[in-house]
Design a protein around this ligand. Structure first.
Ligand code: E4P
Length: 236
């Protein structure tokens, strides 16, 4: 059963992952070769650090372009931890790999999806997740979210169990729309999650509370004073 929109962080930055994991709002992580390359660490060290922090799905991507290479890499990646999800590109070779991995019980996420037809094929091959890249579609002048809407409709029509993982998210409105459409997962860069967390009126409100409190010279009671007062009240 899915409880609300799952929030994944689209990063390989360990500090960012830790920050949001500590808040209890992080359901998983997606990485890709570009994100792994940004961190200037060896792949294995980085993947292991992430896996130590995140108990939910951690998406690690294969880099081979042929099925045999993808399968070999997928087996290696899946051997790292039971919560590894293997990201496989949306290619003919990728779908063969997904089908084989599905039969072996290895979880997959088909990445680089740009049309509902690609999403349909990923689901038919047995992918656990299908990742439409919303921001990149928007950048190219298309309506990225339309792909999410159509994919969700198609999966519903045929009872396909693949989860729609909305990827390439650029701003908080993408997350709101994904949630309104009923997508199962949204993966976003730390900057987007940070924007979701903050609101200028929260900051303003907090500042006003603190200013008024300080101006009045109020203080919260110390534990000893509080205990004495409680005893006094109980005695009455
Ligand atoms: C998803 O799994 C991808 O890593 C990601 O969302 C790509 O986003 P980008 O278009 O911001 O690179």
């Amino acid at each position: 059963m899915i409880l609300g929109l799952k929030i994944f962080l689209d990063t390989a930055n360990v500090a960012a992952i830790k920050t949001y994991a500590d808040m209890g709002i992080l359901d998983g992580v997606t990485t890709n070769p570009t994100l792994m390359a940004k961190e200037n660490k060896g792949f294995l060290d980085l993947a292991s650090e992430i896996l130590q922090i995140v108990s939910g799905p951690v998406n690690l991507e294969v880099v081979s372009q042929n099925t045999e290479g993808m399968l070999r890499e997928a087996h290696d990646l899946a051997s790292l931890a039971p919560n590894v999800v293997v990201k496989v590109p949306m290619t003919a070779e990728g779908l063969v790999a997904v089908r084989r991995l599905h039969k072996e019980g290895i979880k997959t996420n088909v990445t680089l999806i740009f049309s509902p037809n690609q999403a349909l094929l990923a689901a038919k091959a047995g992918a656990n997740y299908a990742s439409p890249f919303i921001g990149r579609l928007d950048d190219a002048g298309h309506d990225g979210m339309k792909i999410v809407e159509e994919t969700l409709q198609i999966y519903k029509n045929y009872g396909l169990e693949t989860h729609v993982l909305v990827a390439s998210i650029r701003h908080p409105i993408h997350v709101v729309t994904a949630a309104k459409l009923g997508a199962q997962v949204a993966t976003m860069p730390p900057e987007v999650l940070d924007k979701m967390l903050k609101h200028p009126l929260t900051e303003l409100g907090l500042k006003r509370f603190m200013d008024d409190w300080t101006k009045a010279g109020l203080k919260l009671p110390e534990r000893r004073t509080l205990e004495a007062k409680t005893r006094g009240l109980a005695g009455n």
